[in-house]
Design a protein around this ligand. Structure first.
Ligand SMILES: Nc1ncnc2c1ncn2[C@@H]1O[C@H](COP(=O)(O)OP(=O)(O)OP(=O)(O)O)[C@@H](O)[C@H]1O
Length: 116
């Protein structure tokens, strides 16, 4: 990727975090999961699934933010198509979050139970 493209892409990530409240929640959740993983000393293969789950959620939320912004530009008034577009886009984030939650439960719950 050209240097200038990288700069725009980093600005895009910053803007998604700035504009979308859910993105801030995902970032905080990611930090909590990473610190919990370090604390519970999870295995390399488990880190791979955790990193994959985090990446899928952040990518979905970033694209969802872009789609929401495009929709707001295209539809100034309430519109059934705008509603569908935003709900479908949110649905992608929900699917990614369900996947991440399942990965988190499979990896962390047995470890937390044996920890106490
Ligand atoms: N122009 C519109 N016309 C019809 N319904 C809309 C419109 N804009 C938003 N909505 C509805 O309101 C919901 C929330 O839209 P909003 O733009 O507030 O997104 P958001 O709160 O950032 O959502 P998310 O939690 O998915 O990030 C949408 O999923 C959709 O159902």
């Amino acid at each position: 990727m050209r240097k200038i493209g990288f700069k725009h892409a980093l600005r895009g990530i910053y803007k998604a975090i700035e504009l979308e409240f859910n993105m801030k929640i995902h970032i905080v959740s990611m930090l909590v999961v990473i610190f919990t993983g370090i604390w519970l000393k999870i295995e390399p293969i488990e880190w791979l699934f955790i990193i994959l789950a985090i990446a899928v959620v952040l990518i979905a939320e970033t694209l969802n933010t872009a789609i929401e912004n495009i929709t707001d530009v295209l539809f100034k008034e309430r519109d059934e198509q705008a509603r569908n577009i935003k709900d479908i886009s949110s649905g992608a984030v929900l699917l990614a979050s369900i996947f991440a939650a399942i990965v988190g439960v499979i990896i962390f719950v047995p470890k937390v139970i044996t920890f106490f």
